[in-house]
Ligand binder design. Structure first.
Ligand SMILES: Nc1ncnc2c1ncn2[C@@H]1O[C@H](COP(=O)(O)OP(=O)(O)O)[C@@H](O)[C@H]1O
Ligand SMILES: N[C@@H](CCC(=O)OP(=O)(O)O)C(=O)O
Length: 359
């Protein structure tokens, strides 16, 4: 093994651990666990984000159509998560590796203190050579409280833990430049830089049991790479895939990491749903903010405070067309920001260290 990542997040999609009948494919899970054990033996810390609770639940109970989709998902996930974690636990035990269950909701990432508590928990697990197996807590996460999918969750975990790489395993070989089912489509092997619009070649179609589809994978991958973390999207149904990805021995999509970001910036980058306020900036401020020069958001460039916020809360920064260009931590509340709007020589509303700009 030639790779030199110190810490990797491995995300396994439902379709990887599910056979064509929708039921868990234990042989495939075992093959992935064998590889994870080898990666760990090599000295790399591994954090697993695994989908599959609902699929596992489906193998245990029959639910008739008369129940609504949300309740059915809760029922299946509640039963299935037990089976999923037991499967991992039994398989890791063969290598004398302990794994742990960590179930999270989007709410766990909103508040900085709560976020740090979660990070501490994962760090102590890693310090004790445990492999955390993370999944969304589907039993309590419903509708607007849900992550788009576990790809979003995996991106958050990768940023939170300062991982060097995130490997997303799905049921296709990577991101194709067209419909993966068409013979003329090819895997895009390297993605560099910001602002790529994937919607022109990635369709919104999802695999049979997946949730977010390739569009969320592309968006999350790009965002994560912009925070300095390499992202690999590869086919988890292929033999030896994890070791081959790490050894750069298989065709897949790799997002090249760009700039490094501080821990706080990483948290802010993933906090859009937690944002309370919105401020609109003029073209001049936008140009300065997105330039390579480090700049804070000054009141002189603000056109309007569009919604209220308090000091210390996350705010969205939008341009004149209301497009979100960044997120930041407010140094003061909306009232003061309104008072300073358009004025020169006032204190920055968002300091550069607490400003995340989208590519
Ligand atoms: N351009 C594309 N390249 C690769 N996959 C694509 C593309 N457009 C759509 N897809 C679909 O995205 C699916 C993978 O996403 P998803 O269903 O969320 O999987 P997972 O369960 O692994 O999270 C693929 O099976 C494929 O059908
Ligand atoms: N938390 C759900 C999976 C949700 C999800 O994002 O699925 P996927 O798109 O296959 O990664 C479960 O364990 O069934």
């Amino acid at each position: 093994m030639s790779f030199n990542y110190r810490r990797v997040i491995i995300k396994i999609g439902s379709n990887v651990i599910t056979g064509p009948n929708g039921l868990p494919d234990t042989e495939r899970i075992a093959h992935l666990v064998d590889q994870i054990a080898a990666i760990k033996k090599h000295g790399t810390e591994v954090i697993l984000v695994s989908s599959g609770a609902v699929a596992s639940g489906r193998s245990l109970i029959n639910v008739t159509d008369k129940y609504d989709a949300v309740a059915t998902r809760q029922l299946l996930a509640s039963i299935g998560q037990v089976k999923l974690i037991n499967t991992y636990s039994n398989l890791f035990e063969k290598f004398k590796i302990l794994c742990s269950q960590v179930l999270v909701t989007k709410e766990d990432f909103r508040d900085r203190l709560h976020y740090l508590n979660m990070r501490n928990c994962l760090e102590i697990l890693l310090q004790h050579q445990v492999i955390p197996v993370i999944n969304e807590n589907d039993v309590v996460s419903v509708t607007e409280l849900m992550f788009t999918d576990n790809d979003e969750l995996a991106g958050l975990i990768a940023s939170m833990l300062n991982a060097q790489a995130l490997i997303v395993l799905t049921n296709v070989n990577g991101i194709y430049d067209g419909d993966p089912k068409l013979p003329g489509s090819a895997v895009i092997e390297e993605v560099k830089g910001d602002g790529i619009d994937f919607s022109s070649f990635v369709s919104t179609s999802r695999s049979q049991f997946g949730r977010g589809g390739m569009i969320t994978k592309s968006t999350i991958a790009q965002k994560t790479a912009q925070l300095g973390i390499a992202v690999h999207i590869a086919n988890g149904t292929t033999d030896n895939i994890l070791l081959d990805v790490l050894d750069n021995n298989v065709i897949h999509t790799r997002f090249v990491p760009t700039k490094k970001a501080s821990g706080k910036k990483k948290w802010i980058a993933h906090s859009e749903t937690a944002a309370t306020g919105v401020v609109q900036v003029n073209e001049g401020a936008k140009t300065v903010l997105i330039s390579s020069k480090a700049s804070s958001l000054l009141p002189v460039g603000i056109i309007k405070v569009l919604s209220d916020f308090k000091k210390g809360e996350i705010i969205k920064i939008v341009d004149e067309n209301n497009k979100v260009i960044g997120l930041g931590l407010a140094e003061y509340g909306a009232d003061k920001a309104r008072e300073f709007t358009g004025k020169k020589n006032q204190r920055a509303l968002v300091h550069y260290d607490y400003l995340y700009l989208q590519g």
